[in-house]
Design a protein around this ligand. Structure first.
Ligand code: SAM
Length: 285
């Protein structure tokens, strides 16, 4: 239904998209790197967009942030040193610090304005950015891993799309540097776009990941405000299998009060539809 109210519209293909009814625009400006808009929606809370693409809404951000953090962390034997690249809203770091084993989180976010806006307007996401375990660096994540070796237990790449400033986070060289930055038993998780709307991005990304990491698997989650409502994530490691090595005892002991992630979802999320299986295995033919 089209009305003349204030709406946010994002097309995911020529003829299909997302509409969110808005109450108001809170702030809008060009940062050094991208267009930043923050809105108050009718029923999804605040909405942050970068370059006119949905990044987070207060209502459904928990899904993406719980999955991108807890799947790798509960697959690692003893995660202590974590790197988050991107993640400017703070939602991923909020989930990472729930793990008692974590002693240090380096968050490398290229755009300081995203953090500033999140701290001011999105406190439920940015609430742990001042945690003493968290170190914020306003730098390019591509460069950050160039001189790291045998350093991190978990790397989480919570980035924008493989265009503009995010493009470098989807290259083979960057993935090689991430592998080099991981300690033995290390794992990496990254957002890997929509298999439905961006099959070419997904195919290219998994081709590159599989050339670098011995173990590469996809897991998914449904995110209502993302294209086609299903989002994909990569799980990569030298020798850690996310299901065989799932730390289910530690998951039960932590008893975190989460809203999406649980032990069944941890395992079930790695089951992908046939068309997606073929898409990510194309590189193996
Ligand atoms: N966490 C949200 C979600 O639920 O998907 C959105 C992703 S987060 C806002 C994406 C962040 O990646 C942005 O803040 C952007 O500035 C950052 N980013 C993009 N390219 C980057 C790079 N090369 N190095 C570091 N951060 C980068």
């Amino acid at each position: 239904m089209i009305d003349d109210g204030l709406t946010y519209t994002e097309f995911h293909s020529k003829g299909m998209g997302l509409i969110l009814r808005l109450k108001r625009c809170i702030t809008s400006f060009d940062t050094k790197f991208q267009r930043l808009d923050l809105y108050e929606t009718l029923d999804f809370g605040k909405l942050l967009t970068l370059d006119n693409l949905v990044m987070v809404t207060e209502k459904d951000e928990f899904i993406y942030h719980e999955m991108i953090a807890h799947v790798p962390l509960f697959s690692h034997k003893n995660p202590e040193n974590v790197l988050v690249i991107g993640g400017g809203d703070g939602g991923t770091v909020r989930e990472v610090v729930k793990h008692k084993t974590v002693k240090n989180v380096d968050m490398v976010e290229i755009d300081e304005d995203v953090v500033k806006i999140s701290k001011k307007y999105l406190p439920t996401m940015s609430c742990e950015l001042d945690n003493p375990k968290v170190n914020l660096y306003f730098q390019d994540g591509v460069k950050w891993v160039e001189d790291k070796e045998n350093y991190y237990d978990v790397i989480i790449i919570d980035s924008t799309d493989p265009v503009s400033i995010g493009e470098g986070l989807f290259t083979s060289e960057f993935y090689r540097n991430c592998l080099k930055s991981l300690k033995p038993g290390g794992v990496l998780a990254n957002q890997t776009e929509s298999p439905f709307h961006n099959p070419e991005w997904v195919e290219a990304t998994y081709k590159k990941l599989k050339k670098v990491f011995p173990i590469v698997k996809m897991f998914t989650a449904y995110v209502p405000t993302y294209p086609a409502g299903v989002w994909s994530f990569g799980f990569c490691s030298k020798d850690v299998d996310p299901i065989e090595n799932f730390q289910e005892e530690r998951y039960k002991e932590y008893n975190l009060k989460l809203k999406y992630y649980n032990n069944d979802i941890h395992k079930g999320a790695f089951a992908v539809p046939q068309f997606v299986k073929e898409l990510i295995n194309k590189s193996e033919v």
